[in-house]
Design a binder for this molecule. Structure first.
Ligand code: AMP
Ligand code: GLY
Length: 421
């Protein structure tokens, strides 16, 4: 069996790492393009994941059996459609369903058509129109660029005035390009966020344990939004029956109704409000860093799950290991500004010396000769399992505190797993 993992982040390292665990030795993994960490798990494919035609042609020639796509961008470029056209199975949605993540307007109008619980909203195509709509949101407003904006497309304002600079930037100055030419304005919600992930197969689906991502850069949920600074799972297990009834089952029915149901992962970002759970967003893939803590909680081997997916079948069961897993993202100081940084030595061997940890390098951590070097941005996710969240936290933080000194050019949050669990 030949499996292609598409992406180059810490999440894709985790996908490969858990796919490989216990897999028959005849299984081969390819990473498109992968990172320094994935080289130990499989072969790097030096193609552009956004070039769907080329990737599909290569995969057909190589005899790839299934592609598991990590991130949303290749999905929105039609990678799964390209692979399917050549008879190659994929764990991920076709382009038309990827729009649930790629267009906020598409997602909100879909939710409205099916009465799925979400914040009331309006769509604006110009700055003037947005200004005239703000009066509908006296309790505060979330401004969301319609298209993909790599974490920079959403601003939450307590009162209308705070939203103006974002509306100006998106709609007048075009700082996000096409992605920001139309925006969703939606009522600001208060509550706690959880990540609901499920696996979809043609004849059935499974929910994974609930996870929580800590999206803000700094401790205490301060600072700018990031791709996620750490995650913990399971959280709030008692919510699952309610979420299944009010969110998941109606959502799957709505997807089937519109021909958008697919085989792959669906991740629903939720706000648990006093008025019940509300959908904030859809992601048609695993969260990063949620994947790093969710994949190991599944008891059935991932290679077996993907073998069922390849056959178009649903696995007979999905069960979960006991315990709690915590994952902390380590970044270069300066993240998430995205400025280039000179490579600096990274003490990977120190972290590797802790037997209870699992390390998932991201793209900016490179292995040259016998040295690891850090570029700018997200570097790796460090995860550990404990009988409870405190035990898991202790393992991760003991290692991080011993590996890094205060003056190091490294940033990680110290409160992952704390707060509203
Ligand atoms: P989204 O990409 O839509 O999930 O938005 C990114 C982040 O913005 C979410 O994870 C929330 O923290 C915040 N957010 C989005 N929509 C709302 C809302 N309606 N009310 C409050 N916060 C929101
Ligand atoms: N952890 C948030 C995301 O993957 O979108």
């Amino acid at each position: 069996m030949k499996i292609l993992v598409v992406g180059s982040g810490s999440r894709e390292h985790a996908m490969g790492y858990y796919l490989k665990r216990g897999a028959p030795s005849s299984w081969r993994l390819y990473f498109l393009p992968g990172n320094s960490g994935t080289r130990e798990l499989g072969e790097a494919v030096p193609l552009d994941p956004l070039d769907a035609d080329r990737v599909a042609a290569w995969a057909a020639e190589e005899g790839v059996d299934l592609a598991w796509v990590g991130g949303e961008e290749p999905l929105l470029k039609g990678l799964v459609d390209g692979l399917k056209a050549r008879g190659i199975a994929a764990f991920g949605p076709p382009q038309k369903a990827a729009l649930l993540e790629g267009s906020k307007i598409f997602a909100k109008t879909f939710m409205a058509r099916h009465g799925l619980p979400t914040a009331p909203f309006r769509v604006a195509q110009s700055y003037e129109e947005a200004l005239s709509l703000l009066r509908h949101f006296p309790q505060g407003v979330a401004v969301k660029a319609d298209g993909l904006a790599r974490g920079k497309g959403v601003a939450v304002a307590e009162e209308a005035g705070e939203a103006l600079p974002y509306l100006q930037a998106f709609l007048r100055e075009g700082v996000l390009g096409e992605a920001g030419r139309r925006v969703v304005l939606e009522e600001r919600l208060k509550g706690r966020e959880v990540s609901l992930h499920g696996l979809l197969f043609p004849e059935g689906s499974f929910l994974l344990p609930l996870a929580r991502d800590h999206k803000r850069l700094l401790d205490g949920d301060e600072g700018p939004n990031t791709g996620g600074m750490g995650a913990v799972a399971p959280v709030e297990e008692e919510l699952l029956p309610l979420l299944r009834r009010t969110i998941w089952d109606p959502l799957l029915e709505a997807l089937r109704d519109e021909g958008l149901y697919y085989t792959g992962t669906l991740y629903v970002g939720l706000m648990i409000t006093d008025d019940g759970p509300k959908i904030l967003e859809f992601n048609v893939r695993l969260g990063d860093p949620e994947a790093q803590v969710l994949l190991p909680l599944v008891r059935e081997p991932w290679w077996e799950i993907m073998a069922y997916a390849r056959e178009g079948k649903v696995p007979p069961r999905l069960s979960f290991r006991p315990g709690v897993r915590v994952g902390v993202v380590v970044a270069r100081r300066g993240y998430p500004q995205g400025r280039p940084e000179n490579p600096m030595p990274f003490p990977m061997e120190k972290l590797m010396a802790y037997p209870g940890l699992t390390l998932h390098p991201a793209r900016e951590l490179s292995h040259r000769g016998d040295r690891w070097e850090a570029g700018g941005g997200r570097l790796l996710t460090v995860t550990a399992c404990g009988k409870d969240v405190e035990e898991a936290r202790r393992q991760v933080y003991r290692a991080l505190e011993e590996a890094f000194q205060d003056g190091d050019d490294i940033h990680y949050r110290r409160d992952i797993g704390r707060g509203s669990l």
